[in-house]
Ligand binder design. Structure first.
Ligand code: GLN
Length: 380
């Protein structure tokens, strides 16, 4: 393995899903729904395949999808973007993240991120040769330590990566936090890479795209995907929205990473994004109900549960159960209790910071959530 990747192990999601399967555990670890995406979106993909939309797509995206993404972004944020010059379709948001890092960061340039962070950030930053500075968000509310950010960010900082709603904590960045981050980025001429794949799963406050704050669009790459919003995580359709001078870098990396994403899925994605408002309202309502079931269940089991304002994840403190750390707890939970969760220490620069915290997902049908809680009540 190349040096830039040798420190990374098999992803924690793969590890825990494999272990869960081996032990017949209910998998509340890796975030993938155990229910299917909407019929009208699946039909649109089938139709596209039947219509012969099966050869390479245009590299930057099927034009109709670029347009649907721009329209959706305008509805969500009020920002008007050029679908041809400012929108790039990628193979999931994971590729948008990689293309952004590889297309806009030079080796040795400094990038700030908040821990706990989604694991692909640190691996793609390593591939790009970036110098990483990590700022830890602490429970109970995982709020942004603005003073620490002030002292960490300088004219040498090239970019900061944010993710709201935030995986793995379920935290949403408040408008005040976003404003403070934006002001520092403008002052120090820093780019923002904003992963917003959970934007439609915002329960306790409205989602705000940092690109929509004054002076921010010109320095922001906003990334999103189809997977979470339409319960189609296997389709791997994502996108990056950025002003044309940044889009150029993203597209250059994308061109040589994957060149283009799956054509029929892009046609279907365009149909998905044009879903009526009621689709998004119902999605949020359903997920809020699931969150409430799992959060209450985990409290009843005896965990200390932190607020899950957005995403389909909730973080708990497992220390009442006396296992030495998050990994030991998750192994015990899978093997002895029959429930899988994700240990969080791999999401920190300093793994010690996550040793008491584990993440559960509630992107499962209510019966599965209740069954998992029941197992924990009986066996933990
Ligand atoms: N985004 C998913 C999660 O956080 C995992 C995706 C993956 O397995 N790489 O659970």
């Amino acid at each position: 393995v190349a040096k830039r990747l040798e420190k990374f192990k098999t992803t924690i999601f793969t590890q825990m899903s494999m272990l869960a399967a081996q032990h017949g555990a209910i998998n509340l670890g890796q975030g993938f729904p155990n229910f299917d995406g909407p019929e009208f979106v699946k039909e649109a993909a089938i139709q596209a395949i039947r219509d012969g939309k099966n050869q390479y797509a245009r590299g930057c995206g099927v034009p109709d999808l670029n347009l649907a993404i721009a329209d959706r972004f305008k509805k969500d944020t009020g920002l008007v973007v050029d679908p041809e010059k400012e929108v790039t379709v990628t193979t999931g948001c994971t590729e948008a993240i990689a293309a952004t890092m590889l297309g806009l960061i030079n080796p040795g340039e400094e990038v700030i991120l908040f821990a706990p962070y989604y694991d692909s950030y640190i691996a793609t930053l390593s591939m790009a040769g970036a110098k990483v500075k990590s700022i830890t968000l602490h429970p109970p509310d995982f709020s942004v330590p603005i003073e620490e950010l002030k002292s960490t960010m300088s004219k040498d900082t090239r970019a900061i990566l944010i993710n709201t709603p935030h995986n793995p904590t379920g935290k949403m960045f408040t408008p005040e936090e976003l404003k403070a981050i934006a002001a520092l980025c403008i002052e120090n001429d820093v780019l923002v890479f904003s992963d917003e794949v959970y934007d439609k799963l915002a329960f306790d406050m409205d989602h705000v795209s940092i690109a929509s704050l004054p002076g921010m669009f010109e320095r922001t790459v906003t990334m999103n995907s189809l997977g979470k919003t339409f319960s189609l995580t296997g389709w791997k359709i994502g996108w990056a929205i950025a002003p044309s001078h940044l889009t150029w870098g993203v597209r250059q990396a994308h061109a040589f990473l994957t060149f283009a994403s799956a054509t029929p899925m892009q046609w279907a994605a365009a149909a998905a994004l044009r879903a009526p408002d009621s689709y998004f309202v119902e999605l949020k309502r359903d997920y809020r109900a699931k969150r409430d079931i799992l959060v209450q269940g985990l409290k009843d089991v005896g965990f200390k549960v932190f607020p899950a304002s957005g995403t389909y994840f909730v973080i708990v403190d497992h220390s009442p159960f006396g296992l030495e750390n998050d990994v030991a707890f998750c192994e015990y939970l899978i093997k002895e209790v029959g429930v899988a969760a994700i240990p969080t220490s791999v999401f920190y620069f300093n793994p010690e910071d996550g040793k008491n915290l584990v993440r559960f997902t509630f992107c499962k049908d209510e019966e599965t959530l209740r069954a998992a809680v029941e197992r924990m009540k009986q066996k933990l």
